[in-house]
Design a protein around this ligand. Structure first.
Ligand code: HEC
Ligand SMILES: [Cu+2]
Length: 262
């Protein structure tokens, strides 16, 4: 198969094989056949990609660690089960009595596993601690064509959460909601409103998240990122130079907005 990385010469691979079972890549991870017996810790409605997602952890200890904001135990397997959201004739996701998406066809299982030694072969700019990533199709087979480099790149900025992005939501729920200040931009249903915000030089801009999903402001030109904000939380970023700043959500890069600073 095509590997994510081929940094090692053949000789080096042979030498490495003595100490480790294989080189870096998704085939280190087994399909988690018993994922239904794992602990379901979160459900995410993804408005942006019209998906319903269930998140499972292989142990209660892993969930407890997430709630406490501690690194996850060695051996943890996290499984994100992706389903299409059921949509109406206009393509809009149908909602249940609680306003949540309704599960449609199974798309894939995205898996991450933490194991001592995993990750050692990745260059530091890509390495996600001891985590490795894999995607399995509805047929439970490894998807060898998935963009594995993107898994590392998108989860990498969340080092403080042990690379587990949903940890922010789990902690947010556990900590209860916070009262947010008056927002300049409100995030709802995965959109920034207003999409274009007029700001004044030297005055910070405040975003408030009204979604159940966490979001993160990421300014493209400056690479500045806010903290991950969960429902009811706010993010504040300073803008000290006039200009037009495009930003995206660091978790959902198809969410876009602009701040115009004068
Ligand atoms: C564009 C950014 C992005 C990319 C690329 C990405 N993820 Fe994630 N991932 C997320 C977000 C955001 C979440 C939080 C749950 C959600 O919103 O669906 C997440 C959650 C997860 C989870 C649940 C545990 C956690 O970290 O919260 C797993 C497992 C996972 N992703 C696996 C993968 C795999 C495997 C790949 C590569 C094939 C991948 N991800 C690529 C953004 C990304
Ligand atoms: Cu987002």
């Amino acid at each position: 198969m095509k590997r994510l990385l081929r940094p090692l010469a053949l000789g080096a691979v042979a030498a490495l094989a003595l100490s480790s079972p294989g080189t870096a890549g998704p085939d280190k991870i087994q399909y988690p056949a018993n994922w239904k017996d794992h602990v379901q810790y979160l459900i995410v409605d993804r408005h942006d990609v019209k998906q319903y997602r269930e998140l499972y952890a292989s142990s209660q200890a892993a969930v407890d660690a997430m709630k406490a904001g501690r690194p996850l135990p060695d051996g943890t397997v996290l499984t994100l089960v992706q389903y299409k959201a059921q949509v109406d004739a206009a393509g809009v996701p149908v909602k249940d009595a609680k306003g949540r998406f309704v599960k449609g066809d199974l798309i894939a299982h995205a898996v991450m596993q933490k194991k001592a030694g995993f990750g050692a072969e990745y260059p530091p700019e890509l390495r996600n601690g001891d985590w490795e990533y894999a995607v399995f199709g509805p047929d439970t087979k490894l998807n060898e064509k998935a963009n594995y480099k993107a898994c590392f790149e998108c989860h990498k900025p969340h080092e403080k959460l042990d690379y587990v992005i949903s940890l922010a939501a789990v902690r947010g729920v556990a900590m209860g909601s916070m009262t947010a200040p008056k927002p300049d931009v409100t995030i709802a249903n995965f959109t920034f409103g207003p999409n274009k915000h007029a700001a004044t030089v030297g005055q910070p801009v405040t975003w408030v998240n009204n979604d159940d999903s966490p979001h993160q402001i990421t300014v493209l030109s400056t690479k500045e990122r806010s903290a991950i904000i969960t429902k009811g939380q706010s993010a504040v970023l300073p803008f000290n130079t006039a200009g037009t700043y495009e930003y995206i959500c660091g978790l959902h890069p198809n969410m876009k907005g602009t701040v115009e600073v004068k």
